[in-house]
Design a protein around this ligand. Structure first.
Ligand code: GDP
Length: 423
């Protein structure tokens, strides 16, 4: 079976845990979009890991992990990430697409300089070079992995590339130029390091599909950060949708049979942009500290996440745009302290109530309309059967399921791999 695990919201929905959990039954786990700009947190018998580029199957020796063509390959941070896994005594299998593009030193610098230049108008970028990377990719001046091994061609390409980059650095940002020969040397080091892993991963995956292998396509971020369908321009620079997995991994679109969409039992978001059901002040602080396994702080950046009540309007949209065939709700245990639960079931804008997701300008002005429900007020960690949950917890899940119009097939009641309730 080919299954995509993707986020319904702003990212950080707990995809890492669910992917790690489902990985047991997979032969191959694939990263097909994004880059090192976001991270999954995985807690298992080996420890607690923040994965940024490595697919979540690395903890299982029988799995082939694929970094596919759609990924922005940050070779320097990949090397560090691989080292933490190796240091934990874990052996893994990895393939890197020969058509993945390589994140270059100037991408990160441009990201930093551009945010500096924008000042108050900045996007809240993670400054990992993702937007400049994708600008270069779609301007067709980026470097695909195979180009690293054609040395003369590469040197010439870099000379032309940095002629332009340095004009921008000098005149737009007032910064020092980059020496393309230094970049060349760095890229040659990357080339050596990744060489054992480089392969035609699209062909590998197409063959695996023919052989009936179980493949897991692992998404990064969530629907609302999708370049086209998210809260533009507060989005990421690549598609976060399951539909993009076909392009980002080089497989037929119809091969993806199952789209498991992950959503948290409350909302959390990083970066700028509208967030209708956002909480502030003490209420937010309490949820932020209690959220996730160690509070709601970014796995890559450590930035405090913005938190709020569950937004059924945004999540229904997030599920529909992903094409959800099933939903997994994570972090239900986090809400155990709340006296009253709030679910945002409508947006009030310009005197009307909307139940459809709106464009960014309207979202900024929209006020949440809440449906309230009583809390369950007891610890639900340790429960292993959905039916044993308190009635109020089941009512909450089932109310949300109705709002989403998709089966909530799994409920996660703790960060560990085995803390999962099937329905
Ligand atoms: P991802 O990028 O979608 O994988 O999400 P993150 O890893 O950034 O954030 C999810 C956080 O929630 C991590 O710290 C997980 O360990 C944690 N987590 C996942 N599922 C649960 C759950 O059911 N309960 C609790 N308390 N934490 C969870």
């Amino acid at each position: 079976m080919i299954r995509a695990i993707v986020g319904a919201n702003w990212g950080d929905e707990g995809k890492g845990k669910i992917t790690d959990m489902c990985a047991d039954r997979s032969d191959i786990v694939v990263r097909y979009q994004g880059g090192a700009n976001a991270g999954h947190t995985i807690i298992n018998e080996h420890g607690r890991f923040a994965l940024h580029q490595l697919p979540s199957g690395v903890f299982h020796e029988h799995i082939t992990n694929v970094i596919a063509n759609g990924v922005a390959l940050n070779a320097a941070s990949l090397k560090e990430e691989m080292q933490t896994i190796i240091d934990a005594g874990i052996k893994f299998n990895l393939l890197i697409s020969d058509k993945a593009q390589v994140l270059m030193p100037h991408h990160v610098l441009m990201d930093v300089y551009e945010e500096e230049r924008l000042g108050d108008k900045k996007f809240g970028s993670t400054k990992s070079g993702i937007a400049p990377f994708f600008s270069d990719k779609y301007s067709k001046v980026g470097v695909q992995v195979w180009e690293l091994y054609d040395k003369d061609f590469l040197l010439e390409k870099l000379e032309t590339m940095y002629d332009k980059v340095n004009v921008q650095f000098k005149y737009l940002y007032n910064k020092e130029p980059i020496d393309y020969r230094e970049v060349y040397n760095t890229l040659c080091e990357y080339a050596e390091f990744i060489k054992p892993y480089v392969a035609d991963t699209s062909k590998f995956l197409r063959n695996a599909i023919k052989e009936g292998k179980n493949i897991l396509l692992e998404g990064q971020l969530g629907s609302l950060k999708d370049t086209d369908h998210g809260i533009y321009p507060y989005v990421t620079s690549s598609s976060t949708l399951a539909g993009y997995a076909a392009v980002g991994a080089g497989i037929p679109p119809y091969a993806i049979e199952n789209i498991t969409v992950i959503t948290k039992a409350y909302s959390s978001a990083v970066g700028a942009g509208p967030f209708v059901s956002e909480l502030f002040g003490e209420e937010a602080d309490e949820l932020r500290v209690r959220g996730g396994d160690k509070g709601e702080f970014g796995a890559t950046t450590g930035r405090p996440r913005r938190v709020g009540y569950f937004d059924a309007v945004a999540t229904r949209y997030g599920c529909e745009i992903q094409g959800a065939t099933e939903v997994c709700m994570t972090c239900l245990d986090v809400l155990s302290y709340m006296d009253t639960l709030h679910v945002c079931t409508g947006y009030e804008y310009d005197g009307k109530i909307y139940t459809d997701f709106l464009t960014t300008d309207k979202l900024y002005k929209a006020k949440p309309v809440y449906t309230t429900m009583p809390g369950w007020k007891c610890d639900i960690r340790g429960i292993t059967d959905y039916n044993d949950l308190p009635k109020e917890a089941k009512d909450y899940v089932e109310f949300i399921e109705k709002e989403l119009g998709v089966k909530v097939s799994m409920v996660s009641n703790g960060p560990k791999r085995n803390e999962i309730l099937y329905r």
